[in-house]
Design a protein around this ligand. Structure first.
Ligand SMILES: [Zn+2]
Ligand SMILES: [Zn+2]
Length: 119
């Protein structure tokens, strides 16, 4: 499976796919992220990342990005092993030892197996 690092505000759903930048995060943000990792997938997980809070400026115009609960750092996004595009839902081919494909590449990949063109 391929993962691409992407620096910035957290936008991944799974906190384990986000690595807070200890240089730029407050201890509270690090702690919130640590808790999120520990409870992810469990009932006590309360979506601790509130996302990028958008704030309006004085004139009610442009939205300004403020901090997120997990601060800032590196997102690890899964990318399709075939086309390299980041997709949320990748299909894993166990015949190939866990290569992952997007919904566009998957049928083509399966076809190659059917035709015996994939090792
Ligand atoms: Zn693809
Ligand atoms: Zn395969």
């Amino acid at each position: 499976m391929s993962q691409q690092p992407n620096y910035g505000f957290p936008f991944v759903e799974d906190p384990n796919d986000f690595i807070p930048d200890v240089e730029s995060c407050t201890p509270e943000e690090i702690e919130a992220h640590r808790l999120a990792c520990a409870t992810y997938g469990k009932p006590e997980y309360k979506e601790p990342n509130n996302g990028c809070l958008a704030a309006r400026d004085e004139k009610g115009g442009l939205a300004i990005m403020t901090r997120t609960s997990w601060g800032i750092g590196t997102n690890l996004i899964s990318v399709c092993d075939e086309c390299g595009e980041p997709f949320g839902n990748l299909l894993t081919c166990h015949e190939c030892g866990g290569r992952e494909f997007c919904e566009n590449c998957w049928p083509l990949h399966e076809k190659r197996h059917d035709e015996g063109r994939e090792p």
